[in-house]
Design a protein around this ligand. Structure first.
Ligand code: ATP
Ligand code: MG
Length: 388
């Protein structure tokens, strides 16, 4: 008997030519996610994958729950197709389940599938016979076909697979099957969650962070690197561009009206991100705004900010309440890092009374007061690239 992990992926809209493309990408991403696990093997068979030959099951499971395109996984026993072997391994599995419950009785049922029609018993017979043998062996077991506490799944394929657990995974599409986009990654709660949502649809991320040294500390940069590292777990890997932003903020601060500073800064962020996206072969930008969340995220503010570039800007959290974003951040594992209290570049130069109704013509006039092209070129030249 061997322990394996069975991987299921979505197939609803996977017809024809798309399917091998999707499967190849998923296989590549699974292998990448498991690259640090010694000797591990990933095998493709009959519309699913199996992971074999690993020592650390928990590590494999944790890595797989981050691979987009996987719907669920089941740790399973794999052995020869022999009914007595099935009884033996089922008994071992039930013993484990009984040991884990305080109740006097454990309700269960057996669900069987026979993909290999050469196996002499059909699925009904397997379920019935196995159920009977288990009831005989364990007085604490009771059958409940409607609401069992445990379901023993038997699959007769090229081997026999036996499992009782199905762990839900992230779903979505394999990263890389839907092009590339640049995520504007702050140290906050929202942008990592926004990046996660777009990556989940198969878009490969590259991240950009604007850093205002010495107004923001190295620790605030470290925090963003930590967030990028968590996202890299979903993205396969992640390139982070750390762009020095202080000079731009100082210029705007000296030359432009105070209440416009936030919008002006945000337009520069978009323009620089667009340049980086072009170089990276990315087709869109991603940010973490939600309508009305803060002064700069009024509808008027968003429109004037987004007008700075021609590339599409995806804002997947736009209709989310903060509490929903916080829950999402918690579930993807970024929240605890995001709430660490280091300053970010926008808090340093935040105006006292930011305009909530910026007018594009006035903003463009103010922008002309600084040498934008030169400032952007300089920022790009001094950008640090970190591979995670
Ligand atoms: P977040 O929680 O993502 O920081 P926020 O609610 O603080 O968002 P803003 O500060 O208005 O919102 O920023 C809006 C979006 O602009 C962010 O979600 C992020 O995509 C981008 N952004 C803000 N600051 C930075 C930064 N220093 N570097 C990169 N992107 C940034
Ligand atoms: Mg923020």
């Amino acid at each position: 008997m061997e322990k394996v992990i069975l991987i299921r992926y979505g197939e609803i809209h996977l017809k024809g030519l798309n399917r091998p493309y999707f499967e190849r990408a998923l296989l590549r991403n699974i292998k990448k996610a498991l690259k640090d696990i010694p000797n591990v093997k990933v095998i493709r068979a009959q519309g699913r994958f199996y992971v074999e030959d690993y020592a650390d099951e928990a590590a494999v499971i944790q890595a797989l729950t981050r691979v987009f395109g996987i719907v669920s996984i089941s740790p399973a026993y794999k052995f020869e197709k022999d009914f007595e072997a099935l009884v033996k391994h089922s008994k071992a599995m039930i013993e484990g389940l009984l040991a884990g419950t305080q109740n006097d009785v454990l309700t269960f049922k057996v669900e069987s599938r026979r993909a290999d029609k050469r196996f002499p018993m059909d699925s009904m017979e397997i379920s019935r016979e196995l159920g009977a043998r288990l009831l005989q062996a364990f007085p604490r077991l009771k059958v409940d076909v409607h609401h069992p506490e445990a379901v023993l799944n038997v699959e007769m394929r090229e081997f026999c697979y036996l499992y009782h657990q199905s762990i839900p995974c992230a779903g979505g599409m394999p990263v890389g099957t839907n092009g590339k986009a640049v995520l504007l990654l702050s140290g906050g709660i929202d942008s990592p969650a926004a990046g996660w949502m777009i990556a989940k649809r198969g878009v490969e991320l590259t991240a950009v962070h604007y850093h205002s040294f010495p107004y923001t500390s190295d620790r605030s940069k470290e925090k963003v690197i930590d967030l990028a590292r968590i996202l890299a777990g979903y993205n396969g890997s992640l390139r982070l561009h750390v762009v020095p932003f202080t000079r731009i903020q100082q210029e705007l601060y000296e030359k432009c009206p105070d209440e416009q500073l936030t919008v002006l800064m945000r337009r520069f962020m978009m323009k620089i991100a667009e340049e980086i996206a072009r170089k990276e072969g990315a087709a869109a930008l991603i940010t973490g705004e939600s309508i009305g969340q803060v002064a700069s995220q009024t509808l008027a503010g968003l429109v004037v900010t987004n007008d700075a570039v021609s590339m599409p800007i995806f804002q997947p959290l736009i209709g989310f309440d903060k509490i929903d974003i916080m829950n999402l951040a918690q579930s993807i594992g970024t929240y605890e890092t995001s709430i660490l209290p280091y300053e970010d570049c926008c808090t340093v130069f935040t105006p006292k009374h930011p305009t909530t109704h910026p007018r594009l013509d006035r903003i463009i006039k103010s922008e002309a007061l600084v040498n934008g092209e030169e400032l952007i070129r300089e920022a790009l030249e001094n950008t640090e690239v970190i591979e995670l």
